[in-house]
Design a protein around this ligand. Structure first.
Ligand SMILES: NC(=O)c1ccc[n+]([C@@H]2O[C@H](COP(=O)([O-])OP(=O)(O)OC[C@H]3O[C@@H](n4cnc5c(N)ncnc54)[C@H](OP(=O)(O)O)[C@@H]3O)[C@@H](O)[C@H]2O)c1
Length: 259
């Protein structure tokens, strides 16, 4: 994508990466549609930005919430960028964790991404412009005890994005898709999941500004997978090639680690 997007819709815009994307895109003059469950932080953000901002309170773990956002996507014919960013982590083994949270995670990471991407691509492909960023995770390249739904849903996001990139390329469409795969980054994510950040060594942490900058640069270079920082790039490349027996050992619970 070489031109600044005319309008961008960002999910998970009440915190973390979503707010950083909003600030950076507003600086390019992009109009914004922000969505999340909590309206107040989005209102506060909108008040500081110098572009038109529409706020849409929606719970993407519900059919109703997804349908409301999909409707806005379909009616916005200047939409050049969709950022499927909303997401959360949980702790505990699958059979011990609150089941409703596990299901909600699948809905937010998979069903919302699926339906919102479909709604956006119908218009973007026809208009021959636009991009979709799916905020995935390096966790999509691994499995980790105590976090298996998170890893599985992020693996789906990576695979879905790669498949879409193939189809768009095969169809000769200029529309781009990107899977952003960050490692541990300072946002509201770990507090929301009840994870003690002090258990994760300082050198593993990334800054949200840096991660979002890499994602937006990735759009300039038409990169399908953006893995910010060399150490996470190296880890992701290694994990793809390790035999299952070693991956199993590495996926043992490591305290409160989640990305
Ligand atoms: N931070 C990291 O270390 C890290 C690393 C890799 C990937 N990621 C990914 O980055 C994305 C953004 O997370 P973040 O790090 O910026 O964390 P964050 O600060 O906790 O932001 C998460 C956002 O998702 C929204 N959200 C959660 N559940 C939702 C629901 N049911 N419906 C609608 N919105 C919902 C939250 O808004 P409301 O609560 O207001 O609804 C919030 O705006 C996530 O997909 C996460 O998996 C994070």
């Amino acid at each position: 994508m070489t031109q600044s997007p005319r309008t961008a819709l960002i999910t998970g815009a009440s915190s973390g990466f979503g707010q950083v994307y909003a600030r950076k895109l507003a600086a390019l003059g992009t109009k914004l549609i922000l969505t999340a469950r909590r309206e107040e932080p989005m209102q506060a953000l909108a008040a500081e930005l110098k572009v038109p901002v529409r706020i849409l309170a929606a719970d993407l773990a519900t059919d109703h919430g997804i349908a409301a956002v999909a409707h806005v996507i379909r009616e916005t014919d200047t939409l050049d960028l969709l950022i499927n960013n909303a997401g959360f982590g949980t702790k505990k083994r699958f059979w011990e964790a609150d089941y409703s949270q596990q299901e909600a995670m699948h809905r937010v990471h998979i069903m919302a991404t699926l339906q919102l991407t479909r709604a956006a691509l119908e218009g973007m492909v026809a208009r021959k412009r636009g991009a979709v960023i799916n905020v995935s995770s390096v966790a999509g390249f691994i499995q980790s005890q105590g976090s298996i739904s998170y890893c599985a849903t992020k693996t789906w996001m990576n695979s879905f994005t790669e498949g879409l990139a193939m189809e768009l390329h095969g169809a000769g469409s200029p529309v781009q898709v990107q899977a952003l795969c960050p490692g541990y980054t300072h946002t509201g994510f770990h507090a929301a999941a009840g994870v003690d950040k002090s258990l994760i060594p300082g050198w593993m942490w990334l800054d949200a500004e840096y991660v979002v900058e890499k994602s937006l640069q990735g759009l300039q270079n038409n990169q399908v997978f953006v893995i910010p920082d060399w150490k996470y790039k190296a880890a992701a490349a290694l994990m793809r090639h390790l035999p299952l027996s070693i991956r199993r050992r590495l996926g043992r619970p490591g305290g409160d680690r989640r990305t």
